[in-house]
Design a protein around this ligand. Structure first.
Ligand code: ADP
Ligand code: MG
Length: 631
């Protein structure tokens, strides 16, 4: 009796396999473009008709093939790109699986013309449903032309499955665009139903982007370049105010191969932290260059997925690179005073900007402009702050390093080199000045506190407004996270340990959190019977309020717990930062303000607090000029 298992005929097997490689016209285009690029073409033309369903043609000026190779190329698993298992470990070409041409030929009518430079003539062939129908010599230039007609003519299910013409054409255009981004040195021509959609001359990367996206968009992007031992990142990211409603404009390339990778997307997204409104996504174009041994592209036949040998290294590198690029390129949302009723955030700033205290600000700004900035009266300990360094740093983070170049806003010589403060801890500059002492800002300094809530400071490009509470929150938050990493809490031991009576549930919560709390700088003894003795507190906590802060941190922790934050340490860091930070209403001395701003701009993300509120608002001089009719 014959068995019931049999091997499928090659033709059928190819059809089945084709399903994975060739899902739609755009996949054909992608595979053909990859072949042209692997053949080192410098000019590639794509012509489609009826969104590729009727006709796809790719013409290249690459290396071409010999007649024998041209015939072999349509066999399943026929490739010139890898030979051994070791080769598979380090893929350096876009193709390597040797199945694209076989798959395409299984589900369409294919014609190919090809010629190597060393051959007298070219060679052409016609294949239908994997069967060779015709072959002959042909006169042609070096290169290869592939024509794919009537895609899925023999797989009606597939054909019916295709989306509308618009959708399929968009998919093709996406493929061409991505490839053109990754290969700016190649000339591209892309024609759909006799309409020239792209005609791109070879350019440098930024020139290519301008051709594709327009000058204005590209000029608003932030350039990213970071070379590390493990990988190098190049590309562009959009400023937060340029966020998009979809992920469509996120281009990630690994060794110039367009890929989709959730982890890296997440890393980029994370770098923007709370700079983005809900439901918006950053624009980015990033190419990661890394040793091909360290990335596996043989995950799926479409080669759009990758697996990294060490994903976390890459994740962290992307995160920190993008973060730094954002922070150093004026990621501050500049305040436009044009009413924008759609955004609650802007609204709040608007109200602020219209309050009487700011109404008076411009004249003060004028005064400041003529006075040497930061001439402090003696006795406030200011000789201990390196002002030049501080404001150099802020201007750098604002991307306006021109501070000293034009000779206008330079610091007086006697202030240029001063010794650093004995301690950089903000709260150690307390207590506050004696009652009756002059308000800062009134002697024409370029830093003021208003309503004991906001710090105003002049920077080269305008006016900076900092919310003191969230600024300090950000500083503490990052300090705590650093403590978690480095194990270096700074504890101040209490002269008189505090005994705190907690509820049973808080007591067990503290017990659970003790290892983390210790890393923040708390020194706690679990006394039993729901009693905790606080023997030491973090260096930033005001002595006298330790019990209150511990209780507040616990409460805040429980609250954020309900909001479902996952990481306990992060939650704790946020809770602590929020509760230990200086509050709105706390009066600050000039030194405290300067130290605060200094520390703020030393953080990784000076613009948004851990809970997502903005820390800094900038009003540019242009905006002020515009408002005062000076333009
Ligand atoms: P792969 O690209 O994975 O090797 P393909 O089926 O796409 O598999 O192509 C098979 C082979 O045909 C390639 O390895 C290459 O040698 C040759 N080939 C395909 N397209 C071209 C082209 N445009 N120019 C030169 N050679 C080509
Ligand atoms: Mg290929």
């Amino acid at each position: 009796m014959p068995g019931k298992i049999h091997i499928l005929k090659a033709e059928l097997a190819n059809k089945i396999a084709a399903g994975e490689v060739v899902q739609r016209p755009a996949s054909v285009v992608k595979e053909l473009l990859e072949n042209s690029l692997d053949a080192n073409a410098t000019k590639i033309t794509v012509i489609v008709k009826e969104a590729g369903k009727a006709f796809i043609q790719v013409i290249d000026n690459g290396e071409g093939m010999s007649p024998d190779d041209a015939l072999t190329a349509f066999q399943r698993h026929a490739t010139s790109k890898i030979a051994t298992a070791e080769d598979l470990e380090a893929i350096r070409t876009l193709g390597f699986r040797g199945e694209a041409l076989a798959s395409i030929a299984a589900v369409s009518q294919v014609e190919m013309k090809t010629r190597q430079a060393s051959d007298e003539t070219g060679f052409q062939l016609r294949i239908e449903g994997n069967v060779l129908k015709e072959q002959s010599n042909v006169a042609m230039e070096r290169g290869t032309v592939v024509v794919v007609k009537n895609l899925f003519y023999n797989t009606p299910a597939r054909r019916n499955f295709l989306k509308t013409r618009t959708t399929e054409l968009k998919n093709i255009s996406d493929v061409v665009t991505r490839t053109a981004i990754a290969y700016p040195g190649v000339t591209w021509d892309y024609v759909s139903d006799d309409e020239d959609l792209l005609d791109l001359k070879p350019k440098a990367a930024d020139g290519r982007l301008k051709d594709l996206f327009g000058d204005r968009l590209v000029e608003s992007l932030v350039n990213v370049h970071e070379a590390g031992d493990y990988l190098t990142i190049d590309g562009y990211i959009g400023r937060p105010n340029f966020a998009r409603k979809s992920r469509a404009e996120q281009f990630l390339f690994i060794n110039r191969r367009f890929v989709v990778n959730r982890a890296i997307n997440h890393a980029v997204f994370q770098a923007y932290e709370h700079l983005l409104d809900k439901g918006t996504f950053p624009f980015f174009i990033l190419n990661l260059t890394l040793d091909p041994h360290k990335v596996d592209v043989n995950v799926h036949p479409s080669k759009m997925e990758v697996k990294f040998e060490n994903e976390s290294i890459i994740y962290r590198f992307v995160l920190s690179t993008v973060r730094r690029a954002l922070a150093s390129n004026d990621g501050i949302p500049a305040l436009s005073m044009q009413a924008d009723a759609t955004s609650g955030r802007t609204d709040e700033r608007l109200r602020f900007s219209q309050s009487p205290s700011v109404g008076a600000a411009p004249s003060e700004t004028e005064v400041v402009g003529r006075t040497p900035p930061f001439t402090f009266p003696p006795g406030e300990g200011l000789d201990q702050v390196d002002l030049e360094k501080l404001f150099g740093k802020i201007e750098r983070r604002l991307g306006t390093e021109t501070l000293r170049k034009d000779g206008e806003a330079t610091f007086p010589a006697d202030l240029q080199r001063v010794t650093p403060p004995s301690s950089d801890r903000l709260l150690q500059h307390r207590p506050m000045r004696a009652p009756g002492e002059k308000e800062p800002g009134q002697e024409g300094r370029a830093i003021w506190q208003i309503h004991n809530k906001y710090i105003l400071s002049q920077v080269r490009t305008g006016l900076l407004i900092v919310d003191q509470h969230v600024a300090h929150e950000r500083i503490l938050y990052e300090q705590v996270l650093a403590n978690f990493e480095n194990n270096l809490p700074t504890t101040q031991q209490l002269l008189f340990p505090q005994t705190v009576q907690l509820t049973a549930s808080d007591y067990s919560l503290v017990k659970e959190l003790v290892p983390h709390l210790e890393k923040i700088g708390f020194d706690l003894k679990m006394f039993g019977k729901n009693t905790v003795v606080i023997e030491g507190i973090p260096a930033d906590v005001r002595v006298g309020s330790e019990a209150e802060i511990l209780q507040n941190v616990l409460d805040e922790f429980k609250q954020t717990e309900q909001k479902g934050t996952i990481d306990a340490r992060d939650k704790l860091a946020k809770s602590f930062a929020c509760k230990a930070a200086i509050k709105a209403g706390d009066r600050l001395t000039t030194v405290e303000m300067i130290v605060l701003i200094d520390q703020l701009f030393a953080t990784q993300m000076p613009y948004v607090c851990p809970h997502g509120r903005p820390i800094v608002v900038k009003i540019t001089t242009e905006e002020l000029d515009r408002r005062f009719g000076r333009t």
